[in-house]
Design a protein around this ligand. Structure first.
Ligand SMILES: [Zn+2]
Length: 341
């Protein structure tokens, strides 16, 4: 039955009608708020490229988590800015590492928060890569083609990195982290972390795997926030090529086989097709990370009064939810919760 019998505008006439037939509902229960924890006390240092996002000392992070919970957001994920960086990411797995300190304080003061820990090494490595770096034998062709400074070849060593990642995850669980979230993109990390957690008695600690994490230009502001930009090269040898959809499905499938409890697609907005396909294909909770660049673009345009900040914020989050992500990691968790509440 077509026009004039069918008129889709009938149900768009008023807000109550639109609300009645709304297909996707956004609620604060879906949000995870990222926190960047740094040494010191009473520290709240705004990240220039991410207005409204701060590096927080442990005491300030505790206050932040209280506020997040009061707004109805159930969860936060911790990233750490260590005092010192080295070649084996000591700060990531040390008993008194910055994330471990924050986890203990947060769980003591706000026990009902779901506390996630990002498991990666880049913030703790002097070179800023997500794994152990080893110089690679140089090819003769490369040595001839370019001057020596440009031919420094290196490799991010996969299997040796797994051991440090596992150690990091176990130490986070010991400190009270409820769910570990490996973001490094090494092969086999989920299985290694699962085995390590089980061996240490943390059989009930779930793993949220950054399963399909793309090598993205949208991470720029995060690297400023977490001081984790690689000192040389880039992350294309471990993060995924933005052009590859089928490979994303394989990454998710493998992480599930290795024991991931929740899988994530990152970034969100430029990869809604990947989220939608993953939702149809895999019957597990699906998360998406609305990354720093997605946030910074909206903030920058809103500051120029080129867009309506609140409207675009909600629209972007609704689109991620509509694509199929039931969990959204977002710097807008607090602001969106205020709008929705
Ligand atoms: Zn990393």
């Amino acid at each position: 039955m077509a026009f004039p019998t069918t008129r889709l505008r009938r149900l768009r006439r008023t807000e109550p009608l639109r609300s009645l037939v709304r297909e996707t509902r956004l609620t604060p229960e879906a949000f995870v708020y990222p926190l960047f924890v740094c040494p010191g006390s009473g520290m709240r240092k705004e990240v220039p490229s991410m207005p409204g996002v701060f590096n927080l000392s442990v005491d300030e992070a505790v206050n932040e988590v209280r506020e997040v919970r009061a707004l109805g957001v159930p969860s936060v994920i911790l990233f750490g800015l260590p005092e010192k960086k080295d070649e084996v990411a000591t700060g990531a797995w040390a008993e008194d590492g910055i994330v471990q300190q924050a986890a203990r304080a947060i769980k003591r003061e706000v026990p009902d928060v779901i506390l996630m820990g990002d498991v990666c090494l880049c913030e703790y490595m002097s070179h800023g890569h997500c794994g152990i770096v080893k110089p690679a034998p140089q090819s003769l062709g490369a040595a001839v083609a370019a001057p020596p400074a440009l031919t420094t070849e290196y490799e991010i060593v996969n299997d040796a990195t797994l051991e440090i990642l596992t150690r990091t995850a176990v130490s986070q669980a010991r400190a009270g982290i409820d769910m570990v979230a490996p973001s490094d993109m090494m092969d086999g990390r989920v299985a290694a972390i699962r085995a390590g957690l089980d061996q240490a008695g943390f059989t009930n600690t779930p793993i949220l795997a950054y399963a399909a994490k793309f090598a993205s230009g949208f991470y720029g502001p995060f690297r400023e926030a977490a001081d984790s930009a690689p000192q040389f090269g880039d992350r294309r040898s471990y993060q995924m090529d933005p052009a590859n959809f089928r490979e994303a499905m394989r990454e998710i499938e493998l992480d599930l086989e290795e024991g991931a409890d929740i899988v994530m697609v990152k970034p969100a907005l430029p990869y809604l097709d990947v989220i939608a396909a993953a939702r149809l294909r895999f019957d597990v909770p699906l998360a998406a990370y609305q990354v720093s660049g997605e946030y910074a673009m909206i903030e920058a345009a809103a500051r120029n009064r080129w867009i309506d900040r609140e409207r675009v914020m909600i629209e972007a989050l609704v689109s991620i939810r509509r694509a199929g992500a039931s969990i959204i990691l977002t710097y807008y968790a607090k602001d969106a919760a205020r709008v929705l509440g």
